[in-house]
Design a protein around this ligand. Structure first.
Ligand SMILES: [Fe+2]
Length: 192
């Protein structure tokens, strides 16, 4: 196991986030390329940050940028576990390390139930998807019925403290949502 792989990824994301502002899409694609490199190996995530909870998915912080520009989190999904419908209020880059993840996009309709806004899609190890618009709504679940899945998420804020929303699947009503974290961050700082 080598934390150097993660540290290298974090240093790359930090450099991208510190660069003079370019097109947001450019930044996201560069982070996505770096994440694909990180996901090529599954030998670096400590077991403590890969443990499922019997009742719900876990969100473990791997690193939180002290300047608040980004955070990197491992999501650990037990069989059958899923998120509520939710938004992010920031950008995101999501990729699968282990197992498989199902992502279902939704659109909100005032007074009506949220509706699917595109096909549900399954991400396999190494697959990466972008959350370019913080207002986008989706539901994410473990695509495997008998196995733990793990995905690595990078967001443009401290996502565990980000004020965002979950949505009632029947009526679309929004509720404030702050996810929190299951453990302290794996890494407090990056090598100089
Ligand atoms: Fe999400």
């Amino acid at each position: 196991m080598s934390l150097q792989r993660l540290q290298s990824y974090l240093s790359t994301v930090q450099a991208i986030c510190a660069a003079p502002a370019g097109l947001p899409g450019d930044h996201l694609h560069r982070i996505a390329d770096a994440l694909r490199q990180l996901l090529r190996h599954d030998d670096w995530l400590p077991d403590a940050y890969a443990q499922p909870h019997p009742d719900h998915y876990q969100q473990y912080p791997l690193y939180i940028d002290p300047a608040g520009r980004f955070s990197v989190v491992s999501f650990v999904w037990g069989p059958g576990q899923l998120t509520p419908l939710h938004d992010h209020q920031t950008w995101g880059v999501v990729g699968v390390l282990r197992g498989a993840e199902l992502s279902e996009p939704f659109t909100l309709r005032p007074g009506l139930p949220p509706a699917a806004s595109g096909p549900a899609h399954t991400l396999m190890p190494g697959d990466v998807e972008l959350i370019a618009n913080g207002a986008d709504v989706h539901r994410v679940s473990n695509a495997l019925a008998n196995q733990v899945s793990i995905s690595i998420h990078t967001y443009g804020s401290n996502i565990g403290q980000q004020q965002r929303h979950v949505f009632d699947p029947q009526h679309g009503a929004a509720k404030p949502f702050v996810s929190g974290y299951a453990l302290p961050p794996l890494l407090d700082s990056l090598p100089a």
